[in-house]
Design a protein around this ligand. Structure first.
Ligand SMILES: Cc1cc2nc3c(=O)[nH]c(=O)nc-3n(C[C@H](O)[C@H](O)[C@H](O)COP(=O)(O)O)c2cc1C
Length: 255
């Protein structure tokens, strides 16, 4: 019992900011003049890309009352079979990782991030979105487009795989889409070194909260998922598990 308590105390360290006192910020890669990593994970030029409805062209995204979105927000684990539209998906992606201002060497997004480092990529496991074949896609925030990563056979097959990778939470495969966020830790480590990891976890919370609220705004529901099999999730979207790995996910479906 005492051992267990000592262990817990040890891991609480992660939530505190003592690390800052022992971090030599003069030795971070940024301070040493190393070039920053790309804002967006590069992709082969010949990749299949899908255009998303541009934010200034949305026709059916209403100016939803923020108060009612906050009031109605809850975790939804039951969804109807109604698909999401391209426009709705565009809205959810824009709200969670979209770019609002391009400053050249950096961009400002619709969510905050420590040091504006934005260490995440957004993968989508698309199950039921109008005109999209089921499969794994990746959001390109700079282009506001989707990159088709690969197909996975049928919707059922993909749903089964995501259910297993989320430790038997099979409701994750019953919505229209699963947002899967990976961390590319070096983006933040480049600036903050070993003082990066707590703030990256905090960053992820903002992203998912915007997904909750915007889902409500389009008559859908979301559910944050932090319990999953790391290896299976990384394998599902084909990331290396070391320099990029899944950190958080959330299914979204119409109510
Ligand atoms: C960090 C985090 C991880 C979560 N992980 C899961 C999960 O793996 N499975 C699940 O069904 N719900 C998960 N949830 C949802 C919580 O169970 C839910 O937010 C909580 O019960 C409160 O309900 P509400 O969101 O409807 O207010 C998670 C929520 C957060 C914020």
């Amino acid at each position: 019992m005492k051992e267990k308590h000592e262990d817990m105390k040890k891991y609480r360290y992660f939530l505190k900011d003592n690390i800052r006192l022992i971090t030599d910020f003069s030795q971070t890669d940024q301070s040493l003049g190393v070039k920053p990593p790309p804002i967006e994970k590069p992709f082969p030029i010949e990749s299949k890309r899908i255009v998303l409805a541009k934010p200034d062209k949305w026709q059916n995204i209403n100016e939803t009352g923020l108060i009612s979105a906050i009031k109605n927000r809850r975790s939804h684990r039951k969804y109807s079979n109604e698909p999401l539209s391209n426009e709705e998906l565009s809205f959810l992606l824009w709200a969670t990782q979209g770019v609002k201002k391009n400053l050249g060497s950096t961009v400002l997004r619709n969510v905050p991030s420590a040091g504006n480092r934005h260490p995440f990529e957004t993968y989508l496991c698309i199950l039921n979105v109008v005109d999209f074949e089921p499969g794994i896609y990746r959001y390109l925030p700079l282009e506001h487009e989707l990159l088709f990563e690969f197909g996975y056979g049928s919707r059922q097959e993909l749903a089964e795989k995501i259910g297993i990778a989320t430790l038997g939470q099979f409701f994750t495969g019953t919505g229209a889409v699963v947002f899967i966020w990976t961390a590319i830790p070096y983006r933040t480590e480049w600036r903050y070194g070993i003082a990066s990891h707590k703030v990256m976890a905090i960053d992820a919370g903002h992203v998912c909260q915007n997904l909750y609220l915007t889902s409500e705004a389009v008559g859908a529901g979301a559910c944050a998922i932090a319990a999953y099999n790391q290896e299976l999730m990384d394998k599902l979207i084909k990331v290396d598990g070391e320099d990029e790995f899944v950190i958080y996910l959330a299914p979204v479906g119409k109510k």
